[in-house]
Write a protein that binds this ligand. Structure first.
Ligand code: COA
Ligand code: MG
Length: 301
């Protein structure tokens, strides 16, 4: 088995917007938004009595419109009684990924993997997992490992702090004081198995300053992007989880340095008084690839 790497270095998941599948006005807006990914929600944003209607609306919508970036469908948990019909609808709508809520153990992933293979889901269909319960956080490393050992469909964790706050009673303090250790546990579990990781939603969508501060915190913790609830949050997330010019300049300097003939075949070099190794070169190449993807995305829009 190969060592874990972030297996999609150039893929953008800076802004992951959630849209309730039964909200026609919101659905209609999606194709014009600059979100890197859209989660069409059949779970908590849809009332139980509207689940069937939401599924139908979603399948219809996705057959006629595709968002610019990735399309993800969030289904309900198995115990809800809704998940089988959700899975049928999700496979029919052919999104890039299905997002499983409240994942607590590898068995939760394996059950879905079996259903997908029995129901001829295409191999390209990915799974994303929400980590949003105490058991989910505690078992995050074992859950993440299923991405490497069971067909590799799992490729992204999304943290759900509203559910974690509800379950644990932890206070909602500024700076997410007592939540940071759990956020870092989820991050290291994701990275240990080569998964992407998306930070949790920020509920107060009118508080732009608070949102930006939380985006910067998520980025500094290593997260790839943030789950969003409102279009007003997209630009700030794209900026904060995008690329800092100074970091890009430095990456290009490292790439140039290793390309010089005098450094051919060297594992480590002196770059202006600083030790730079090939692992830094790999990091620099990833950053440059991401910058290129961002430029291409901008050129398209
Ligand atoms: N995606 C796409 N468009 C959205 C949107 C979203 N997530 N949230 C709001 N909009 C649209 C609205 O439809 C509205 O356009 P309209 O006037 O043409 O209908 C426009 O943006 C402005 O919205 P605003 O009036 O500021 O908010 P609202 O009261 O319509 O909606 C929420 C507020 C919180 C109910 C809504 O943003 C929402 O449902 N967010 C997602 C919630 C969710 O998915 N939760 C589960 C995951 S945590
Ligand atoms: Mg939740």
């Amino acid at each position: 088995m190969s060592r874990a790497t972030n297996h999609h270095p150039a893929r953008l998941r800076r802004s992951v917007l959630c849209v309730p599948a039964d909200n026609a006005r919101a659905l209609a807006k999606v194709k014009d938004l600059a979100a890197d990914a859209v989660i069409f929600d059949l779970e908590d944003a849809v009332a139980p009595e509207r689940k069937a209607e939401a599924r139908d609306a979603l399948v219809r919508h996705l057959s006629e419109n595709r968002p610019g970036g990735e399309a993800i469908i969030r289904i309900n948990v198995a115990e809800s009684g809704f998940s089988e019909a959700d899975l049928v609808a999700a496979v029919a709508a052919s999104p890039d990924a299905i997002l499983l809520p409240k994942v607590e153990s590898p068995a939760d992933i394996q059950g879905i993997l079996e259903w997908l293979s029995e129901n001829d889901a295409p191999e390209s269909l990915r799974l994303w997992a929400m980590i949003e319960t105490g058991r989910g956080v505690i078992n995050a490393p074992a859950i993440a490992e299923t991405g490497r050992t069971f067909g590799g469909r799992l490729d992204c964790f999304v943290v759900g702090l509203n559910d974690l706050r509800k379950e644990t009673g932890v206070a909602a303090l500024a700076g997410r004081t007592y939540l940071v250790p759990w956020l870092m546990q989820v991050l290291i579990a994701a990275r240990g198995s080569g998964l992407d990781a998306i930070d949790a939603v920020f509920n107060d969508f009118r508080d732009a300053e608070g949102f930006e501060a939380e985006c910067r915190q998520g980025r500094d913790m290593g997260y790839d992007g943030k789950m969003l609830i409102h279009p007003a949050q997209i630009n700030a997330a794209n900026r904060c989880f995008g690329i800092d010019q100074a970091a890009l300049d430095e990456a290009r300097a490292i790439i140039d340095a290793f390309a010089r003939p005098e450094h051919a075949g060297k594992g480590v070099i002196n770059l202006g008084g600083r030790m730079v190794e090939r692992l830094h070169l790999e990091q620099a190449l990833k950053l440059a690839a991401k910058a290129e993807t961002i430029e291409k995305r901008k050129a398209k829009s």
